[in-house]
Write a protein that binds this ligand. Structure first.
Ligand SMILES: Cc1ncc(COP(=O)(O)O)c(C=O)c1O
Length: 389
């Protein structure tokens, strides 16, 4: 919020309706054939959600979603809490954390609304670098009451693997620290789909996991966030949540359940192909320019595009915006040391291929002739995009 030019959500707001929006990670590609069928069946789903017992609808949706992501361990003991979106879940979690501690270690870099929401509850944040999370001693745990990890991380795609999660959980347990995971990007990377709840429950750590449906399916912001916690935390979180919502819509739960079934029977494979194809298309479009992809072993639905040291992400973002192309500048993700993100922008890949290719070409042209913004390529018209299937 305190960054000149606005936070990432404010930048994303400028992009809504923009000719070429590759800023936010909310999916905006064409629905697949399987998703089309679900959309066509919405009236029947509405009737079903209206007439069936609510807890049945809820249980079915949870079964479908957590099974599709390999997280069946979350299904035992009826401990999944529903929120309208993962940011709402995050706010509830932050509020609970503030009752428990005043200092929290947070992965660095990460999506800026995570530090913003935590700080809004007066939590002091200590940055933990990804390398430290993946290999380090985690000595930071001596000074904080909780550790917050986004895995896979947004924007880098770095994943905490099963063995490392067990080590982190054990370290948190020893230090009496709560472990919080944001797994919003789990659906993109099978390496993040081992059953985290088996690992967490075996360790005896106090934990909360925020799961998210909102990054996976192009459903015009129809989404949910879920919170799953260890037993004691669950009771207190449920109290905190009850101040905000009675429950989410059973209709939305039903739709999420159907989307998850579709994902499990081939939809995720199709999504992964779209993302990989778009990452390659972006790489190809940048080829020969001074811009390049920064992350090579990532599978998440965003890509970091890096520039030479004389090219600043905020200049690129502003210049391209005047040409109708919207991206996210890197500094916002580096919430503790913004200058570390001065030379890259993030491009969302849950878009149709032609949008990503056109965005890559514009970026390449811009960086090939920095600050000569008149050389930036033409923004495709909406009709061009819809015809280019
Ligand atoms: C890791 C992560 N968590 C949570 C959110 C918030 O999601 P939403 O805007 O759907 O609430 C985002 C948004 O991009 C995110 O990247």
């Amino acid at each position: 919020v305190n960054t000149e030019g606005g936070n990432l959500t404010q930048i994303a707001d400028l992009a809504i309706g923009g000719a070429m929006n590759v800023s936010d990670a909310h999916p905006r590609h064409r629905p697949s054939a399987g998703q089309r069928q679900i959309i066509d069946g919405l009236p029947a789903l509405f009737e079903e959600a209206r007439t069936r017992p609510a807890d049945e609808v809820e249980e079915r949706a949870h079964q479908a979603f957590f099974t599709a992501l390999g997280q069946r361990g979350a299904l035992s003991g009826r401990r999944i809490l529903n929120a309208y979106a993962s940011s709402v879940a995050m706010d509830v979690v932050a509020r609970w954390l503030a009752s428990r501690t005043n200092a929290l270690a947070l992965i660095h870099p990460t999506f800026d609304n995570i530090p913003d929401l935590l700080r809004a509850w007066s939590l002091n944040l200590v940055p933990v670098e990804e390398d430290e999370l993946v290999h380090g001693e985690l000595s930071v745990l001596e000074h904080v009451g909780a550790l917050f990890v986004t895995t896979p991380n947004n924007p880098t795609g770095v994943v905490v693997n099963e063995r490392r999660l067990a080590e982190i959980a054990e370290a948190c347990r020893r230090h009496d620290s709560v472990l919080v995971l944001d797994t919003s990007f789990r659906g993109f990377d099978r390496r993040a789909q081992y059953d985290s709840y088996v690992v967490l429950d075996a360790s005896g750590v106090e934990y909360i996991v925020i799961e998210d449906t909102g990054k996976l399916w192009p459903m015009l912001e129809l989404k949910l966030g879920f919170m799953v916690a260890s037993a004691h935390v669950h009771r207190e979180l449920a109290d905190a949540l009850s101040d905000i919502a009675l429950n989410v819509s059973p209709f939305v739960l039903s739709v999420v359940g159907r989307l998850a079934d579709d994902a499990a029977s081939g939809g995720f494979d199709e999504l992964h192909r779209l993302i990989e194809g778009n990452r390659q298309a972006l790489k190809q479009a940048l080829h020969g320019s001074a811009a390049r992809l920064l992350d090579h072993d990532t599978r998440v639905s965003v890509a970091r595009v890096g520039f030479p040291a004389d090219t600043y992400a905020n200049d690129v973002e502003r210049a391209l915006r005047t040409h109708g192309l919207h991206v996210f500048p890197g500094d916002r993700f580096h919430w503790a040391r913004p200058w570390e993100g001065d030379h890259w922008v993030r491009v969302a890949l849950t878009r149709d291929a032609e949008v990503v290719t056109a965005a890559g070409r514009m970026l390449a042209q811009h960086v090939a002739g920095p600050r000569r913004s008149s050389h930036v390529g033409r923004v495709p018209e909406r009709e061009d995009l819809s015809q280019a299937v």
